[in-house]
Structures are given as C-alpha cells and as structure tokens.
Design a binder for this molecule. Sequence first.
Ligand code: 0O2
Length: 221
Amino acid sequence: FNLNDLKSIKKELTRFMMAYKFAVDEMNTKINILKEEFQYIHDYNPIEHVKSRLKSPESIAKKVSRKNMELNLNSIKENLRDIAGIRITCSFISDIYKVSEMLQSQKDVTVVECKDYIKNPKPNGYRSLHLIVEIPIFMSDREERIPVEIQIRTIAMDFWASLEHKIFYKYNKDVPLSLLQELKDAATSATELDLKMERLNNEINIVKEKNKEDEVLVHNE
Ligand code: 0O2
C-alpha cells in the first residue's frame, strides 16, 4: 500500500462506520419520541433505560474471522447485522412486546428478523427479544438502508445476562458445570420474578382503573 491507498481505505472505512452511527442516532431518536409521548398519553413509561453501541472495527474484524467471512465492506454489510446495537430495558415483559410492536409498526422500519428468546429461552437460560430492523439513512448524495440489532429485555433478564457474560469471559468460555447449573437456576428465578412483578402490576392497574371510575362517578353525582 502507498500513502494514498491508505488514506482512501481510511476514508472508505470512516464513511462505512458513519452510516451505522447515524442509524444508532436515528433509532435513539425514535425511542426517545416513544418514551416521551407514551409517558404523556398513558402516564407511565414502558422503557427503563436504553444503551446503544457501535461495534468497534476490532470486534468487527474478530467476528469476520470467526465466521470465516470475506474481509470486504460489502460482505460485512451483508453478513454482520449487529454493527449498530441498541439495548432497551423495560420493567415488565408486556412492555417488551409493546415497545417491539411500536417500533415494528413504524413505516420506515423494516423487520428483517425477530428472535424471541423469551418464549423460547436459550438452553443456558438466556432470555431477551431480539429484532434486526433496517432503517433508511439519508445522506448528502444517497440513501442507505442500515441494519440495527435491537435487544429488548426486562431488568431481571438484563441483570442475568450481564452476570452470565462476565462469568463467560472470566472463565474464558470454559465455565464449570456447577456454575452453569447455578446460572440456569438463577435464570428460572429471574423468570419467576418477572412473572410475579407482572401479576402485581396488573393488580395495581385494576385498582387504579377502579379508583378512576369511582372518581368519575363521584364527579357526576
Ligand atoms: P456483544 O458483544 O453483546 O455484541 P450472531 O453471533 O449475532 O451472528 P446469533 O447467535 O444468531 O448470531 O445472535 P443472537 O442469538 O441474536 O445473539 C446476539 C447477541 O445477543 C449477542 O451478541 C449477545 O449480546 C446477546 N446474547 C445472545 N446469547 C446470549 C447469552 O447466552 N448470554 C448473554 N449474556 N448474551 C447473549 P454478541 O455478538 O455475542 O456479543
């Protein structure tokens, strides 16, 4: 390579990554709009917190070599759909499906894939709803459709997944069997907690609705 070649590779790579950054910005805006508007209309917020990340060029290179993909931008764009990633944490399982539905129904959002690890948890106990969506990004001279991976989970699912991730890396992916079993038990407890919290929340909502109806009745008397 001469210096000009390197400069042009750098420019191409920066331009490539920029599109993913814009996609993350765009998705964050969409999520913020939903949060704000939902709070205003329904007086509660289905989204606890949102984290977003761009896969670093180093992680992209590692995944490309792990998956034996061709090392060129077209192949990366075709095959790596988690360069732009968003993680949404909700309080309740029902909120996960509400948020997913609100995003999926937007006109400029194309759903490429939906993996429901809540209805079908992974054998290790991992639960989350994964969406791969494509959104259009409008640039000075072109429009590009960029894939974004959206993971939606409850606080309990997130708590479990971050600990499991830490343990997995701590043991260099060779986790002792007893620990794997304990993680599986913890995943079952997390599921039970999610279901219990959902039931309690439903009961609270019924009481709230009843109080509202009573207020209307008193007001009309
Ligand atoms: P990172 O650093 O979080 O991005 P893929 O490997 O993405 O090509 P796959 O396996 O079909 O294909 O993807 P899947 O099942 O949708 O999972 C992708 C992401 O979900 C992972 O990204 C994790 O973030 C999360 N995930 C999936 N399974 C587990 C699990 O068992 N434990 C935890 N803690 N997280 C999980 P990356 O690329 O692995 O890592």
